[in-house]
Design a protein around this ligand. Sequence first.
Ligand SMILES: NC(=O)c1ccc[n+]([C@@H]2O[C@H](COP(=O)([O-])OP(=O)(O)OC[C@H]3O[C@@H](n4cnc5c(N)ncnc54)[C@H](OP(=O)(O)O)[C@@H]3O)[C@@H](O)[C@H]2O)c1
Length: 191
Amino acid sequence: MSFYQEIHRLCNGLDVSLLINNVGIMPFGNFCQTPCEQETGVIDVNVMPFVMLSRLFLPQFLERKAQKGKMSGIVNVSSAFQKGYLRMCITYCASKAFMAYLSGGMAFQLRGRVDVLDHAPSATASNLIPEAKPWARFLTTAQDCAKQGLNALGQAEFTAGGIFHDFQYRFCCFLNEFYLGLGSSVLTPVF
Ligand SMILES: NC(=O)c1ccc[n+]([C@@H]2O[C@H](COP(=O)([O-])OP(=O)(O)OC[C@H]3O[C@@H](n4cnc5c(N)ncnc54)[C@H](OP(=O)(O)O)[C@@H]3O)[C@@H](O)[C@H]2O)c1
């Protein structure tokens, strides 16, 4: 708690108008066999900063709107995997589903006062999955991914991103429905 309060305190006096909840980790492993610290680590990194920083910055964003008439924004970087269960990282998927749900709730509650966006990207070239590095040139760049999210802020409360990420998000949704219908784990054939 004090860690997040310290971040908020360091921004004291600044006219902060945008909070991007981007931090995330995606460790792989069978949920029944991974060290407990790996699973709690996913919650500590993917969920807690998102909840705490949103909660701490929101009052001043509301104040900003009330006093100066200026909109502020929160971008919550979740994932297309909010819509499925990757067998080897179900806590990651759950953390992103949590983000999506709370982001939607905040957007609903704050409509017209603070812009809240759930940005649910798909495969992007980054350090998230070191094993994916050789495929980086086939993926959306991190810069393009960020631009696509920011372009949607104030226009929508959810975006998958650009056309490729939109397609991948819809594909995840389709696989989710398909495999759940079959009583199987989503995307298992891929990972
Ligand atoms: N890459 C994808 O394909 C993809 C797809 C969907 C969603 N996302 C989401 O996009 C977001 C950004 O991920 P990315 O792809 O850009 O991965 P990344 O290159 O690994 O970046 C992750 C960021 O999180 C920070 N971070 C990780 N663990 C931390 C910790 N314990 N304490 C403080 N900071 C920590 C990293 O800081 P350092 O730079 O200091 O290490 C880095 O800035 C994540 O929420 C991820 O779930 C990514």
